[in-house]
Design a protein around this ligand. Structure first.
Ligand code: GDD
Ligand code: MN
Length: 242
């Protein structure tokens, strides 16, 4: 639990070959939390990146302090869903923020997530690209269609009542995320979608904050054909079992 009854935010930052992006995203995170006087920690879950991301993370631990930046690596690439589960084992905050490390998710939105959470006492606050001022920048048509398509099919099949199902920039109460992780079976990218669908089933409340998603400048996306196939499989499994 957080010190003296205040809130503490644990940011889970999964990384695979994010050497160029990690220093900037961590700097922005530290600045954002310090400016608002909010207690925080950043947990970096690196899956044995061959590009030296872990050495960068070790440097950041030294710069900002190992109570603020925590490298909790795994030996090899084991997938996004299980990276979050691994990170949670080390989280000491009562709220958890999940986001990408490649600057597609800007830390400036976190204070808005926190405000939204307070406003409605929500269990989850989900960043949405598909509402209000939200949007996607830098994706080609193919990638936009995949994202829109995945959202649309899931909306139709499962009616989860949130506008961005495949996004991963979210704030959770810690005990809510733990519960959801117990229930979730998927291991890859489909995890985000399963989480929000299960959240609805379990009756958790979800607030939304429009976010802009800006495609990465450095490095490349790890979302490939395999992930799309496993997304569809996961979706059908959910449809059949819920
Ligand atoms: N530890 C670990 N292990 N990290 C990983 C792995 C893995 O196997 N795969 C990806 N990551 C990290 C990346 O380093 C990055 O910080 C984050 O997870 C997202 O990966 P990207 O490869 O940048 O994903 P994307 O930009 O294609 O996909 C984004 O949009 C999707 C659809 O909206 C992400 O936000 C996804 O979470 C989202 O589902
Ligand atoms: Mn990305």
């Amino acid at each position: 639990m957080a010190a003296r009854g205040g809130n503490k935010f644990s940011v889970l930052l999964p990384t695979y070959n994010e050497r160029e992006n990690l220093p900037l995203v961590v700097w922005l995170l530290v600045r954002t939390f310090r400016e608002s006087g909010t207690d925080f920690e950043v947990i970096i879950i690196d899956d044995g990146s061959p590009d030296g991301t872990q050495q960068v993370a070790e440097q950041l631990e030294k710069i900002y302090g190992s109570d603020k930046i925590l490298l909790r690596p795994r030996p090899k690439k084991l997938g996004l869903g299980t990276a979050y589960i691994h990170g949670m084992k080390h989280a000491t905050g009562n709220f958890i923020v999940i986001m990408d490390a490649d600057l597609s998710h800007h830390p400036k939105f976190i204070p808005e997530f926190i405000r939204k959470q307070k406003e409605g006492n929500f269990d989850i606050v989900s960043g949405t690209r598909y509402k209000g001022d939200g949007g996607v920048y830098g994706w080609d048509l193919k990638r936009k269609l995949i994202s829109r398509g995945a959202n649309f099919i899931t909306q139709v099949l499962l009616r989860p009542g949130a506008s961005d199902l495949t996004g991963s920039f979210r704030l959770y109460r810690k005990e809510v995320l733990e519960k959801l992780m117990e229930k979730c079976v998927s291991k890859g990218y489909v995890f985000q979608m399963e989480m929000i669908v299960r959240a609805r089933q379990l009756g958790y409340t979800i607030g939304e904050v429009p976010i802009s998603f800006v495609d990465r400048v450095y490095g490349e996306s790890k979302l490939g054909g395999n992930e799309i196939v496993s997304f569809l499989k996961g979706l059908l499994t959910l449809f059949a079992t819920t």
